[in-house]
Ligand binder design. Sequence first.
Ligand code: PLP
Length: 449
Amino acid sequence: MTTHEAEADSLRLAGAEADLLRLAGAEAEAQRRDAADPGHRHLFHVPPAEGGRYPETAYFAGNSLGLQPRATRTDLLADLDTWSQIGVEGWFESQRPWTRYHELLTGPTARLVGARTTETVVMNTLTVNLHLLMVSFYRPAGERTRIVIEDAAFPSDSYAVRSQARFHGLDPDETVVRLRPRAGEDTLRTEDVTAYLAAEGERVALVLLGGVNYLTGELMDIPAITAAGRAAGAVVGWDLAHAVGNVPLSLHDWDVDFAAWCTYKYLNSGPGALAGLFVHERHLGDPDLPRFEGWWGNDLATRFEMAPVSRPPATADAWQVSCQPLLAMGPVRTSLELFDAVGMPALRERSIRLTGWLEQLLDEVTADRPLTVVTPRDPDRRGCQLSVRIGVGSAAELASRLRYEHGVIADSREPDIIRFAPVPLYSTYHDCWRAAEALAATVDVTKPA
Ligand SMILES: *Cc1c(COP(=O)(O)O)cnc(C)c1O
């Protein structure tokens, strides 16, 4: 080691040690906040840690797969018992008849997304629902063919819209418009989206954006963009995978045409759980709207008449196709009951406090390291996720070290983002402290403190 290198090394140590000392003082503050603002962690199974000093993981991946509610197993077993006890009669005669089981999910879902109960249904999985909705709502005609998405769209959405363009005989490279942040910026500006729609709206058939972006955690201005898209004559749909259960939604009042979301992220309904969709009231019962049909989209009152032509109800249930996967519905029911019991307003308030605390700690750690928080600073422009860009090294490797050396579960997204989602239902202030401490201990300081 040269003298110069040794000097740099001792500076680095001094910086890292100073950070760790400052953070040590913050642990008591985290514990104080947890006592005052405890959340509902006791209702969930928290995975044991695979490394570090604490028995439980500090779990920040609820934006990818939410934790399992303790009640899920019991509720699921009760549904299995119906099957073992009465077999096929379960469709009509059980305590929760399977033909109507999805209706138990409709009320709480509607409350969560700000919809009328006629406007939502839980079925299929997210990308499948996006396709079924685009069958109805992406109808390119004449010059109006474009689909507007964000450049940082989740890949499944990107593949879905490109394949829809192809399905209509259009070139996806020309049809799909990807809106990018301005040079040097990480997130989209609402005014840039609305300006595009004002200028090019005549050519836009469909706007399909993520309500909260999966990568940056940016919460879009859903009402403003919806209004701008509709004023331009386009249909406006939202992918709410990262928004539902994370931020308050008023889809009906915001005049959104349609939306879809999964329930395995913030809604904690389990891996591959059923998804939800929303269709605005003004489209319900419209006989001119194309839909791909199956017998489950036929009104229950006449479904078992086995008639050759479908008679769909004037509700979102008309978008159902197949017999529902009933054993997958219990976990959604259990989870939605939790959201009903706690309420989105209280969750959002705790979310803002918890995320603000994580941000404050990350600010200390990122100041002298090659790390940058790319999520908007304004709590009104984000949910609970903070995304950190890694300037040096691999995000995947860092996530792995956080997990195995510190018991902190965050996830990495290519090429250089690591995501932390303190989930207001079950994450703690101490979890946030552990994340910051683990980052400080793992990532080298690059400039003298
Ligand atoms: C998680 C996520 C998906 C996943 O789609 P599936 O069909 O459930 O596999 C799609 N789009 C977005 C925006 C997501 O965040």
